[in-house]
Design a protein around this ligand. Structure first.
Ligand SMILES: Nc1ncnc2c1ncn2[C@@H]1O[C@H](COP(=O)(O)OP(=O)(O)OP(=O)(O)O)[C@@H](O)[C@H]1O
Length: 283
């Protein structure tokens, strides 16, 4: 059992979120529909559209204006350690290759966030996370002897062991092979459902998002394009607009929708630094 009191109505509400960098606004008064507790939410969109910036703003790691509520809790008015008690953030960069063994790296992440737990309680949480992610074979390996993908899984374990109400995962599958991508997303989905947490997960793999996410937030270079159920958001038209590609959504032999990508459609997307919404005045 967790020490957190999970409010079953603890949806995530984001309104009027404004954030960016000194010379470049990335989100200007972004409003999203409430995201219910227990949901795995895919954050999708092309390179440089602002997925990482969005997650960092919610984590409180980038200056941002606007209102972020987690149930009754005004997350946007909490800062530093107070905010991080409620949020588990996994950055796009891999955890440091230290001389700690994986088990210790995860246990120390747990102790840092939840100093009140006994040694036994910490061990039991770490055990649970290693079991959930099938990481037992890595437990006593030093971090600096692990592969990139193995370290990425340990990074996820460090985020999960703290049992945050809100998990923010920035491309957590980028270093993982097919099996571990599935292990990660199934593990995260299980945790989110069991703990009635909310997970925002930035992904480039549209089919993984289509298959496993409950909700999708799709950003295009012009700003927020669509939010809602995966089958409604991931359409050929939206993929063209967001990514500048021609794609088809077909049905696989099990009846699930799959995206097949055919070709680049649109030279307007050719510039990876191009954000249409800040063309003009700010350029
Ligand atoms: N520290 C920074 N200073 C200035 N601009 C930045 C900084 N970090 C990111 N940007 C710019 O902000 C925009 C959004 O970047 P962000 O990393 O959020 O995109 P992303 O959608 O996560 O991209 P990717 O899929 O490539 O990881 C980009 O145009 C990027 O160049």
């Amino acid at each position: 059992m967790s020490h957190h009191v999970f409010d079953s109505q603890a949806s995530l509400k984001i309104s009027q979120l404004t954030t960016g960098y000194q010379r470049r606004m990335i989100f200007d008064q972004l409003d999203l529909p409430p995201l219910p507790a227990g949901s795995l939410v895919g954050v999708l969109g092309p390179n440089a559209v602002g997925k990482s910036t969005f997650l960092k703003a919610i984590a409180g790691m980038r200056p941002a204006k606007g209102d972020i509520h987690l149930g009754e809790l005004a997350l946007s008015s909490l800062h530093g350690a107070n905010r991080m008690r409620h949020v588990g953030y996994l950055p796009q960069t891999l955890p440091q290759p230290t001389s700690l063994v994986a088990y210790e790296a995860v246990a120390s992440a747990c102790r840092a966030a939840r100093a009140e737990l006994s040694r036994k309680a910490t061990d039991s949480l770490v055990e649970q996370v290693f079991a959930r992610l099938s990481l037992h074979s890595l437990a006593f390996r030093r971090m600096d002897t692990l592969s990139g993908g193995q370290r990425q899984m340990v990074g996820l374990a460090q985020a999960l062991v703290r049992q945050p109400q809100l998990l923010l995962l920035d491309e957590p599958t980028s270093a993982l092979d097919l099996r571990w991508q599935l292990a990660l997303i199934e593990g995260v989905r299980g945790v989110v459902q069991e703990q009635q947490a909310i997970c925002l997960i930035a992904l480039h793999d549209i089919n993984l998002a289509l298959r496993f996410c409950d909700q999708i937030i799709l950003f295009a270079p012009s700003g927020l394009l669509a939010t809602g159920a995966p089958r409604e958001v991931i359409t050929a038209e939206h993929l063209r607009e967001a990514y500048g590609i021609e794609a088809r959504i077909e049905s696989c032999s099990l009846g699930h929708p799959v995206v097949l990508t055919d070709r680049v459609a649109d030279s307007a997307h050719a510039d990876i630094g191009h954000i249409t919404r800040d063309a003009g005045a700010r350029r």
